[in-house]
Ligand binder design. Structure first.
Ligand SMILES: NC(=O)c1ccc[n+]([C@@H]2O[C@H](COP(=O)([O-])OP(=O)(O)OC[C@H]3O[C@@H](n4cnc5c(N)ncnc54)[C@H](OP(=O)(O)O)[C@@H]3O)[C@@H](O)[C@H]2O)c1
Length: 428
């Protein structure tokens, strides 16, 4: 039987990991797949760069040498970014190649188009590595959880922001210092926008929610708030109240509608998600048959991600299909607008230190059907120009998002309120 021919698009962190494992585990993979795996061509930008792997394959700068090569059975796309990755995946499919990709941005934005093109051409596009690095998530949704009606998928899916929030909690670092440390250690990119503004998590949630609920969710339809405004004060108050602050990606089916949101959340200290620290990821899935399941592990890195890419290659090599990812629901459920969200809220306000302030705030909230669960007011703080002020932290009982936003609008315009420090949602 002829070898399984692999063409690599990219030889960076993930590509190098894939190449190393394919070489290092050559014999074991041949036993598992029933034929050898051979890398023929590898697309890079700079063929002169030193690589951490000793490959016999040709390094090329012309993508056609990889995707149009007769010896290539599977194109492994580990370039990253939207273009040219999206176009090359579609071209590879046109050439009748199977595709394995680690690209969450392309799969989140163009997954339905790409999967439809693959189905029409009779090839498979596998993307286990696009969410959760080494943690199996796509496969379980397509296969192992297929008998369930999924009701929620909630997780910590971005290692960079989890590392930053962990450092802010453990060493009381500021956001800026924790980010700088993450950049030094290589956990954060020089331009961290995608991670800290929640885009990376939104891409991953769009992919997971589409699989879980059968509704194609686009990244821009995910409600998204990053962690840049989470302050040391929020973390301290949350800890006093028995919570950790985590950037959660939350997908839920509520009254037949799909709710998707990424934002910093207060997570109860005793819960499983609160103990997921550093660069680790975890995703909690609820289904009607399984109840709850937790997937936990390394969400990124050369070897964990290579593990997922090569699992897809083995599945393709042995023709064990992973099933159609697009047909979970009989009817596509609609997306749920954020204004309908019911949540508990954490609100930190800086106010003038005067009698009646607390009563005025309670009235604004009460008029909108929002009731208080707890109130913390520490010693006075000094506002600008030596004006005595107070920092007030409130949590609410279950309330409606539209009502709390309306209350915030009113609070922001009240002369006694100096700053609305933060509004965070409590996850229960
Ligand atoms: N890193 C992780 O831990 C991780 C985890 C899960 C998923 N992923 C995903 O895996 C993908 C790859 O990530 P990575 O961290 O391995 O990226 P990376 O280290 O930046 O590597 C990208 C590779 O692609 C090549 N490349 C990029 N654009 C190219 C172009 N236009 N033409 C030719 N070659 C090009 C680069 O060539 P040169 O080497 O010549 O510059 C490099 O070899 C991304 O989609 C990422 O989201 C990464």
């Amino acid at each position: 039987m002829h070898a399984l021919g692999v063409g690599l698009l990219g030889l960076g962190t993930v590509g190098t990991g894939v190449a190393r494992v394919l070489l290092g585990k050559r014999a074991a993979l041949e036993r598992r797949i029933g034929r050898p795996v051979e890398i023929h061509h590898v697309l890079v930008r700079d063929t002169g760069k030193r690589r951490g792997v000793d490959l016999a394959a040709h390094l090329v700068t012309d993508p056609q040498a990889v995707i149009a090569d007769e010896q290539t059975d599977v194109v492994v796309e580990v370039l990253g970014g939207e273009e040219p990755a999206r176009s090359l995946i579609l071209e590879a499919i046109e050439h009748g190649k199977h595709v394995v990709t680690a690209n969450k941005e392309v799969m989140a934005k163009h997954g339905p188009t790409i999967l439809a093109a693959a189905a029409a051409r009779g090839v498979t596009v596998a993307y286990e590595a696009s969410v959760g690095g080494g943690i199996p998530l796509i496969g379980p949704f397509q296969l192992d959880l297929a008998a369930n009606d999924i009701t929620s998928v909630v997780g910590i899916v971005n290692g960079t922001t989890n590392y930053i929030l962990t450092r802010m909690t453990e060493s009381r670092a500021s956001f800026a210092d924790a980010l700088a440390e993450a950049q030094e250690l290589g956990y954060a990119e020089p331009d961290p926008t995608n991670d800290v503004e929640g885009w990376d998590a939104a891409y991953k949630l769009a992919i997971l929610a589409s699989l879980a609920f059968g509704a194609p969710v686009k990244p821009e339809q995910v409600f998204r708030e990053g962690i840049t405004r989470v302050s040391q004060r929020d973390i301290l108050y949350a800890a006093e109240m028995g919570y950790r602050i985590k950037l959660l990606a939350i997908g839920r089916l509520v009254d037949g509608q799909v709710e998707t949101r990424v934002h910093p959340s207060l997570v109860h200290l005793g819960s499983m998600l609160a103990s997921v620290d550093g660069s680790f990821n975890a995703v909690q899935v609820a289904g009607d048959l399984i109840g709850q399941a937790l997937f936990y592990g390394r969400g990124a890195g050369s070897e964990p991600t290579a593990s997922a890419v090569i699992a897809d290659l083995i599945a393709l090599g042995t023709s064990v299909g992973r099933g159609s990812p697009q047909s979970r629901a009989a009817e596509t459920p609609p997306l749920r607008p954020m204004r309908l969200l019911q949540s508990r809220y954490f609100l930190r306000l800086l106010t003038l230190d005067r009698p009646g302030v607390m009563a005025a705030i309670a009235t604004v909230l009460g008029d909108r059907g929002i009731s208080l669960a707890s109130v913390v007011q520490k010693e006075s703080v000094v506002l600008g120009d030596d004006v005595p002020g107070a920092e007030i932290v409130l949590t609410t009982h279950l309330a409606n998002e539209a009502a709390i936003q309306d209350a915030l609008d009113t609070l922001r315009h009240m002369p006694v309120i100096k700053t609305v420090g933060s509004l965070l949602r409590v996850y229960e």
